[in-house]
Design a protein. Structure first.
Length: 77
């Protein structure tokens, strides 16, 4: 049986990239910060069935869209 853990990780990264682009195009700058913070707060409750810990880094990436120095550090990674 082949190990597909690398394939799953690339799918998650692709989905996160699409969501960041959607947030950049569709949400106004002030609302992006609010949505990002909301995602991070909801990510704390990742033990619940619908919410997940994946919301914390995604919320940080969306909130960082409004802060150029933070976004440059994230983009380097």
């Amino acid at each position: 049986m082949a190990d597909r853990s690398g394939a799953g990780l690339s799918d998650v990264r692709r989905c996160a990239r699409k969501l960041r682009l959607l947030a950049r195009r569709k949400l106004p700058p002030g609302l992006r910060l609010v949505v990002g913070l909301l995602l991070m707060v909801m990510g704390v409750f990742g033990f619940l069935p619908v919410l997940g810990f994946w919301m914390i880094p995604l919320g940080a990436a969306i909130a960082a869209l409004d802060f150029k120095p933070i976004w440059k550090k994230l983009a380097r990674r």
